[in-house]
Design a protein around this ligand. Structure first.
Ligand code: 13P
Ligand code: SF4
Length: 311
């Protein structure tokens, strides 16, 4: 409760009153995942936002995800419980520097990870998510020169996997960058039969120890299907909530950071959203995502290509 208000009951009332849909990413706190209408990875959330007939999208994720929802559904009110919920990958790629990088490579197209600002999407040719990147890249001829930003680890991973040589922007996710190879090896020694599932935002020294590499939805599907009783999970640990719900009899252990536990791998941006802030956002319809129309239309071109090429 907040000042005597039953938050969950009020969120339910407001959701109906405002014809709102609550979308949540797997990295949100369990209590937010549990009250959401839909929980998913970046790609599924984009598609949901494009397809919903709700009047309001309450986006429990980070700002670039809520911006994507607004680009794809401009007539809807899109609210984000905390407007400071950014992303280190977005921060690593200021639009003016990205524009200069493009200008230095005029014969390259820009394939860009969805974890970036709407300005950078507007400067890009095709957007990808971690679940759609390989499928989309495999449709682009090998002769085509490509710059890929902002995540050098995802770009490096698909370069190696598909035998490409995309030019990489040097951004990283601070969450996945924090996994410790030494601590992971110690954990593997304690659980020699446990496979490791890793997100492609992890650095190569973590990916090299993974039995499965994929997006959050891919990792979740792996958790539901692997044989064995313990899984080591090298991505943001809040996703373990869905695994424990789906497969309660199995054990899921978050891969460790340098301190030996997985708390340093909680995404500080995702963690800014709370049930209290979601309630206030639904009540006041603010903080609200607004995007200048010319920018939105440019970003929509690269996002629509993603939706087309991934389906
Ligand atoms: P997914 O598309 O796999 O959900 O990844 C989103 C993200 O921010 C990973 O850090
Ligand atoms: Fe950005 Fe990393 Fe947080 Fe995902 S986990 S939102 S990539 S900082």
């Amino acid at each position: 409760t907040l000042g005597g208000v039953d938050l969950l009951a009020e969120i339910d009332r407001l959701r109906k009153e405002r014809n709102a849909v609550i979308l949540a990413h797997y990295y949100q706190k369990p209590e937010i995942q549990d009250l959401a209408d839909f929980v998913g990875d970046s790609f599924d959330l984009s598609r949901k936002a494009a397809d919903t007939d709700a009047d309001v999208i309450a986006f429990c994720g980070v700002r670039f995800m809520a911006e994507t929802a607004k680009v794809l559904s401009p007539q809807k009110t899109v609210i984000l419980p905390d407007m400071d919920a950014g992303c280190s990958l977005e921060d690593s790629c200021p639009p003016d520097q990205f524009a200069a990088f493009r200008a230095q490579h005029p014969d390259h197209i820009a394939l860009t990870y969805i974890n970036c600002s709407v300005e950078v999407k507007a400067l890009s040719d095709v957007i990808v998510t971690s679940s759609s990147a390989e499928k989309i890249l495999s449709q682009i001829p090998k002769e085509q020169k490509i710059i890929f930003g902002p995540d050098k680890h995802l770009g490096g991973y698909i370069n190696r996997k598909l035998g490409r040589d995309m030019l990489l922007w040097p951004g990283v996710c601070i969450v996945h960058e924090a996994f410790s190879e030494t601590e992971l090896l110690k954990l593997k020694a304690l659980h020699p039969d446990a496979p490791v599932a890793a997100h492609p935002e992890c650095p190569p020294h973590v990916i090299d120890h993974a039995d499965y590499v994929g997006s959050t939805s891919g990792i979740l599907a792996f958790a539901e299907s692997f044989t064995g009783d313990t899984l080591i999970v090298a991505t943001e640990p809040h996703i373990i909530h869905q695994m424990e719900k789906a497969v309660p009899h199995k054990r899921f252990i978050g891969a460790p950071g340098a301190d030996g536990n997985c708390n340093c791998n909680i995404c500080p941006y995702m963690a800014l959203n709370t049930v209290e802030k979601l309630y206030v956002a639904l009540r006041d319809l603010t903080p609200r995502i607004e995007i200048p129309e010319d920018m939105r239309l440019k970003a929509k071109v690269s996002l629509d290509r993603m939706l087309d090429m991934a389906s």
